[in-house]
Design a protein around this ligand. Structure first.
Ligand SMILES: *Cc1c(COP(=O)(O)O)cnc(C)c1O
Length: 463
């Protein structure tokens, strides 16, 4: 009998009633009272809306209080969560690119927690430059006479073009008009810097004569841009840096090298050829070399600028420097990372990005076999080791398929997409690859200290 007394809205739990129930009463220990009250009201509003739409929601007050408390916890949880990177992609931009060396992470944490001599010369008591902390380290890895640092390589490109070439022309090969992703396109960067892009050559062929024909009284610089995330193959010609430097000298214009990935020790011997060494640009005579801090350098996000002292001074005097400068935590992490390069062998051994990229395939195989054996002990989980390839990522070495071993995981009765989703939803979250009906876990970028957590995450996803 549907009399007035049975009108569904009358069965809606009252907000005050929900607040008295244990789930929300307990939530007041974790959340501000106003937030708890808001959550109870939002839950009742949602139930009312569902009823109005003709649905039959669960009106049980206890269940409603539990849902409100769960949403409160979810909304209050930090948006950033730790992730186990089982993709095999070491420089995964979506996962934060480089993981810092412990000493760099500690330096950043120490800087964060307290005060430091950021811009104070402790010997004289006078003001100093925050850049002093990283100048020597950048000079040491590049061989340059001067250096400075900004927020990222995109910022480095903008400020360098402004300082060197605003209102003038910069000559760039059409084969190097890159888009890195995330909105970094050389023509757009050039436009915001106030310099005018003078394109020369074609996509596949650019000769010295093309640059030469473009240089005029209004030219400020020749720029070489490393084609980080693609390669032009086949019938191609480009002008190498020493040749570009020769042209620059002849016409008295600056030569800028956007080297991108920031390789400071030669990784070719580890099967990773093709990225420019940051010291090679300076050795070739480039006036300024620019590169990222969080790609192959393995440090925090930063843009390093190395080269001629007079040009570095011009960059530092540019008003944009105030907007692009690094904060104390990043500077501390960068200084610590650069110090590790005083012993290049140690840098390769210990900086996570470098250690992961140079892990021998046999070692990855051994780790994968041992981990697969542990996974096979987990109920409902099947795991087998396969040979595969992975890429460096982060817009570096786009055509170098690095041999690796992956663990192909499946869970009885659960599709691979669902397994991957459960792994992402876990804590810590796990991100792998999905292929051929399996979730593939690559241990290259998984810290050994995280292997137990990874095992628990798979076990949780299989329950
Ligand atoms: C990655 C890259 C950039 C952008 O560097 P961010 O540090 O990500 O801003 C610029 N130029 C080149 C050649 C690159 O490879």
């Amino acid at each position: 009998m549907a009399g007035m007394g049975d009108h569904p809205f009358r069965r809606l739990p009252a907000v005050a009633k929900l607040l008295d129930l244990p789930p929300l009463a307990a939530a007041r220990d974790r959340h501000p009272p106003a937030a708890v009250a808001d959550a109870a009201r939002a839950e009742v509003d949602a139930l009312r809306a569902a009823l109005a739409a003709g649905a039959a929601p669960d009106l049980d007050p206890f269940a409603a209080a539990e849902r409100a408390a769960a949403r409160l916890d979810a909304d209050a949880a930090p948006r950033f969560r730790p992730v186990i990177n089982a993709t095999g992609v070491v420089l995964h931009t979506n996962l934060g690119r480089s993981a810092l060396h412990e000493e760099a992470a500690r330096a950043a944490a120490d800087a964060a927690r307290g005060y430091l001599n950021l811009e104070l010369d402790l010997a004289t008591g006078k003001r100093s430059s925050r850049q002093d902390a990283v100048r020597a380290g950048v000079r040491a890895i590049t061989g340059a006479e001067a250096a400075t640092a900004v927020n990222n390589c995109a910022a480095a490109t903008v400020i360098v073009l402004r300082a060197v070439a605003a209102g003038k022309e910069v000559v760039v090969s059409r084969g190097q008009l890159i888009e890195i992703g995330g909105g970094f396109r050389i023509p757009d960067i050039m436009a915001v810097s106030g310099a005018t892009l003078r394109e020369v050559g074609t996509t596949n062929i650019t000769r010295a004569a093309d640059y030469e024909a473009a240089v005029g009284p209004n030219t400020a610089a020749l720029m070489r841009v490393h084609t980080s995330n693609y390669r032009v193959r086949g019938f191609t010609k480009s002008v190498d840096l020493p040749q570009l430097v020769e042209l620059g000298r002849k016409h008295r214009v600056a030569v800028i090298d956007d080297a991108g990935s920031g390789q400071a020790v030669d990784l070719a011997a580890f099967g990773l050829p093709g990225e420019p060494l940051v010291s090679a640009g300076i050795a070739a005579g480039a006036d300024l070399v620019l590169f990222s801090g969080d790609k192959l350098l393995g440090g925090p996000q930063a843009g390093l600028i190395a080269g001629r002292a007079d040009l570095i001074q011009r960059v530092e005097r540019d008003p944009l420097m105030r907007a692009f400068r690094l904060d104390k935590m990043t500077l501390a992490a960068l200084e610590a990372t650069l110090r590790l390069y005083r012993d290049p062998a140690r840098a390769v051994r210990e900086i996570p990005t470098l250690r992961m990229l140079t892990t021998p395939p046999a070692e990855l195989r051994r780790r994968a076999e041992a981990f697969a054996a542990r996974l096979r002990e987990v109920p409902r989980v099947a795991a087998e080791v396969r040979d595969d390839v992975a890429y460096v990522g982060g817009g570096s070495l786009p055509d170098v398929a690095v041999p690796t071993s992956v663990i192909a995981v499946s869970v009885e009765g659960v599709g691979e997409g669902e397994v991957a989703a459960r792994l992402r939803a876990g804590s810590p979250a796990v991100v792998g690859r999905v292929a051929d009906g399996r979730v593939l876990l690559d241990l290259r970028a998984v810290f050994e200290r995280d292997e137990d957590a990874l095992l628990r995450a798979v076990a949780a996803a299989a329950r």
